[in-house]
Design a protein around this ligand. Structure first.
Ligand SMILES: Cc1cc2nc3c(=O)[nH]c(=O)nc-3n(C[C@H](O)[C@H](O)[C@H](O)COP(=O)(O)OP(=O)(O)OC[C@H]3O[C@@H](n4cnc5c(N)ncnc54)[C@H](O)[C@@H]3O)c2cc1C
Length: 405
């Protein structure tokens, strides 16, 4: 393919890397720009890591799944708990999806491991040029292509050109801002405190993934492969309390012990405090410039949908871009990417994550009881359980996207 047909991808996060690999493996030359250096790339906060069946199918397509499997935990089940009476409300088993997917389970494998493996694959691919320590600063576009400005590792400004520009820069996307695209939605007043501990929660009946409802302090508890094995627990925080107070070691110990009283202290291996947004960009495509992943949409992590839906953007776009670049489809095909993935972001990802949070934090006793009853009924009935899991695993969202013209 001529240089004009190459694609410039900004951001070697999970979404940018998946897009890069999916395109390169179909013969498209890629320049991948990443601001972080080889020295600090793997020092990022762990973040996402519940990879749903639909996403595992995509990872498998590019040969990434087999590299992640030994580094993760296969989690076929997840539980809803009621913290008020320390009891399991319902347990869902992905076995109900055995006829829907090759992967009837979630793979607990953190973003940092995904990007480490995917970056190694990208660097080894002959059609991919990876530019680490290179910061994207701006762009322009014409009918024929895009021109991108970057600051290289020597601090010099460089200009690159290509056929298309894809912004996989994450939530703070410069591209989105330069395009003047509104990031519609809202930010929750409370931030989420994420604490990582080396402690075996399984001996208390928890499974690999747990959603804990509580009118006072709901939480999520997830298991990650070590060594040492770690569990990540998320708590909402008081919007009026400052960061130093919330992340004070004693305060975090007290919060953990209120959640689960144990003898001695928890071994805290890490923590971070982050704001939670529910936002979708007004458009995902403007001419030769396209947004994917967090650059296009952000949501609360309850349900593990941010990374997953971003990876789905990458594969949806890759299939269409390849056809356009090969001359097999008109450029308008890229508007279909916009229509499909934007509608899914609004109707599925945003709606589902907002619902997930409401379910866990519900205060009204009668509504809580009704919600819990519904969860129980869904988990126990195989037909309802499959329906619930098709939605939670994002398989339904992929099927729905295909119906959008
Ligand atoms: C605490 C937490 C827990 C989460 N848990 C989950 C979960 O369980 N499941 C889930 O699906 N999602 C989860 N998410 C969301 C998930 O992390 C994101 O949706 C996902 O990382 C988005 O991937 P991305 O590739 O679009 O962007 P990012 O992962 O943000 O990657 C963007 C990349 O672009 C680079 N970059 C940025 N600006 C520039 C620039 N100007 N020039 C060059 N490079 C640049 C960055 O360095 C980075 O490497 C969680 C998020 C948080 C904060």
């Amino acid at each position: 393919m001529p240089a004009k047909q190459s694609v410039i991808v900004i951001g070697a996060g999970p979404v940018g890397l998946c897009l890069t690999l999916a395109l390169a493996q179909q013969g498209v030359p890629i320049v991948l720009i990443e601001a972080l250096s080889d020295d600090n790339y793997l020092q990022q906060v762990p973040r996402a890591g519940s990879n749903h069946p639909s996403t595992l199918e995509f990872f498998d397509r590019i040969g990434l799944y087999e590299r992640l499997l030994p580094r993760g935990i296969v989690a076929p089940k997840f539980q809803y708990w009621d913290r008020q009476d320390s009891a399991v409300i319902a347990e869902f088993d992905h076995v109900h999806l055995k006829d829907d997917t090759k992967f009837p389970f979630v793979l607990q494998c953190e973003r940092i491991k995904i990007i480490e493996e995917a970056l190694a694959m990208a660097k080894a691919h002959p059609l991919v040029t990876v530019r680490m320590s290179t910061t994207f600063t701006g762009f322009s576009q014409s009918a024929d292509g895009v021109t991108v400005e970057v600051t290289n590792p020597d601090g010099e400004t460089e200009t690159l050109s290509g056929g298309y520009l894809v912004s996989a820069e994450g939530a703070r996307s410069i591209v989105r801002k330069e395009l003047g695209l509104e990031f519609e939605g809202f930010t929750y007043p409370e931030r989420t405190l994420n604490i990582e501990v080396a402690y075996d929660f399984k001996k208390h009946g928890f499974t690999e993934r747990n959603y804990i409802s509580d009118p006072v302090e709901y939480s999520n508890l997830f298991h990650w492969k070590g060594p040492p094995d770690r569990w990540r627990i998320h708590f909402p925080t008081d919007p009026d309390e400052d960061e130093a107070k919330l992340t004070d070691h004693k305060a975090m110990q007290a919060r953990l012990k209120a959640f689960l009283p144990i003898d001695g202290d928890f071994d805290i291996c890490g923590f971070n405090l982050y704001p939670v947004h529910q936002r979708v960009a007004k458009k995902f495509r403007v001419g030769r410039v396209i947004l994917v992943g967090d650059s296009a949409h952000v949501n609360s992590p309850i349900g593990g949908m941010g990374l997953n839906s971003g990876v789905h953007d990458a594969f949806n776009l890759a299939d269409k871009l390849v056809r356009v670049l090969r001359g097999e489809a008109h450029d308008g095909e890229l508007d279909r990417y916009d229509r499909q993935r934007r509608q899914i972001a609004i109707k599925h990802t945003q709606a589902q994550t907002i619902r997930n949070k409401r379910l866990l934090e519900e205060r009204e006793p009668a509504v809580r009881r009704r919600n819990h009853e519904e969860l129980r009924r869904s988990a126990e009935d195989p037909v309802l359980a499959r329906k619930f899991l098709l939605r939670a695993s994002l398989l339904e969202s992929l099927r729905d996207a295909e119906q959008i013209e």
